[in-house]
Write a protein that binds this ligand. Structure first.
Ligand SMILES: *Cc1c(COP(=O)(O)O)cnc(C)c1O
Length: 414
């Protein structure tokens, strides 16, 4: 609350440092989500770059802060170059995946209005694994969303169900690369064919994979086709604040054709003349742009390849270690960086294992489908904790089994 008289910064600062004890210890890899972190070196680059532009406002990039425009364009070019763009492509720098998706939905709606062939109410067809941001955006625009059950054998978008659900109201379909729920890539090639056949907008949600999958592929991993090169793809979201290792507040929305990008723009003639912005924000953080510029330039292709290797090697170590613990099994398939594991022993309740791990200081991600499971989104900091994690997990499973522990976990309040 606001004090009548301010306090000394040294005192407030010390207090804020102590607040951090309330949180899980992300620097020691205790979080399986929310953070993308490797070490103090990258963290300090983020801090310095962000604070250099902490006052500048992205809204004024055209007139007042050409430096921000220059850096923003560079980050967009980086995204375009790793995600299969052509000379016709273009992008928008946004505050996060949720905003990138919001603008993609808006662009698809404007495109549908423009074409005049789709019936209202407009509808988006998704697999149940697609991110909630699509419902959030559609809810703001009075667009309906239908979530179809994922294909049972590989947790991908069920193309048969999609074909039967397509009608004249559908303006958009979505493929995830990968999705956050199961960690698999939807078949973007097949979705592109369907999009062309039915004349619907195909968005690829590569918020997770955008700054990881291209480098994992360069490292020799087999990655399904998912980017702007796939015929039928009109837009793609890629978060720079996830595997791009920028500070929070940085994502890209890329368009195969720059003509489509104008569908996302906002402009208004008002008392002062013309107000316009490409994203859905007014004032926006210059620091987020500066930080994305700094990190992408400092890391370069070799840096991202190194981070991608650490991530995928860590996935391999953790998944094989988990499969070696009797009673647990990693759910297959998963692709890239997100996986989940379940119990295959009736005497080991997976949510009780999660509770035990929680009491040892691990923040545990839980998932419900295709099976109650513990989920991890791996990032490079986890390279340091594999052995500790597996030892604690093994001890937790043994304790749950011998003591017959049950969980009171309720996923509806999670
Ligand atoms: C994180 C994420 C989003 C949303 O991005 P935010 O940056 O959290 O707004 C969208 N899609 C997927 C697959 C994600 O993992």
């Amino acid at each position: 609350m606001l004090l009548a008289n301010g306090r000394a910064w040294t005192e407030v600062r010390a207090e804020m440092e102590s607040f951090k004890n309330l949180d899980f210890d992300w620097k020691r890899g205790r979080l399986p989500a929310y953070i993308y972190y490797l070490n103090e070196e990258i963290l300090n680059i983020q801090r310095e770059a962000y604070s250099m532009y902490i006052v500048e406002n992205g809204l004024g990039k055209n007139r007042a802060f050409p430096s921000l425009k220059k850096m923003e364009n560079d980050v967009i070019q980086t995204g375009l170059s790793i995600l299969g763009a052509s000379d016709q492509s273009a992008g928008i720098f946004t505050s996060g995946g949720t905003e990138s998706i919001l603008l993609a939905v808006k662009a698809a709606r404007e495109w549908a209005k423009h074409g005049g062939k789709k019936k209202k109410p407009y509808k988006i067809l998704l697999s149940e694994t697609a991110h909630p941001a699509f419902n959030r955006a559609a809810g703001l625009m009075e667009i309906e969303v239908e979530r179809l059950p994922m294909r049972e054998d590989d947790f991908k978008f069920d193309l048969d169900k999609l074909r039967s659900a397509l009608d004249d109201n559908v303006i958009m379909i979505v493929g995830s690369a990968p999705n956050y729920a199961s960690g698999t890539f939807d078949d973007v090639g097949a979705l592109g064919q369907i999009a062309s056949e039915y004349d619907v907008w195909l968005h690829v949600d590569a918020c997770v994979g955008g700054f990881l999958a291209p480098f994992a592929r360069m490292n020799g991993r087999s990655i399904p086709d998912f980017d702007l090169r796939v015929p039928g793809v009109r837009s793609l979201s890629a978060d720079v604040h996830k595997y791009g290792f920028a500070a929070k507040g940085a994502s890209l929305l890329l368009f195969t054709s720059s003509d489509d990008k104008t569908f996302a723009h906002f402009a208004l003639e008002w008392a002062r003349g013309t107000y316009q912005s490409e994203s859905n924000q007014g004032t926006r953080a210059g620091g987020a742009v500066a930080c994305a510029y700094a990190v992408t330039n400092v890391l370069g292709e070799d840096g991202y390849r190194r981070l991608a290797k650490m991530t995928t090697d860590t996935v391999d170590r953790l998944t094989s270690g988990i499969n070696d613990i009797g009673g647990l099994e990693v759910i297959r398939p998963y692709e890239l960086c997100i996986f989940a594991y379940k119990s295959v022993d009736p005497h080991v309740e997976i949510n009780a294992v999660a509770d035990e791990m929680g009491s040892k200081g691990w923040f545990i991600g839980r998932s419900q489908r295709p099976a109650p499971s513990i989920q991890m989104a791996v990032n490079p900091v986890h390279a340091n904790i594999c052995d500790e994690y597996l030892a604690d997990l093994s001890a937790s499973v043994a304790k749950v089994r011998t003591m017959g522990l049950k969980s009171h976990f309720d996923h509806s309040t999670y």
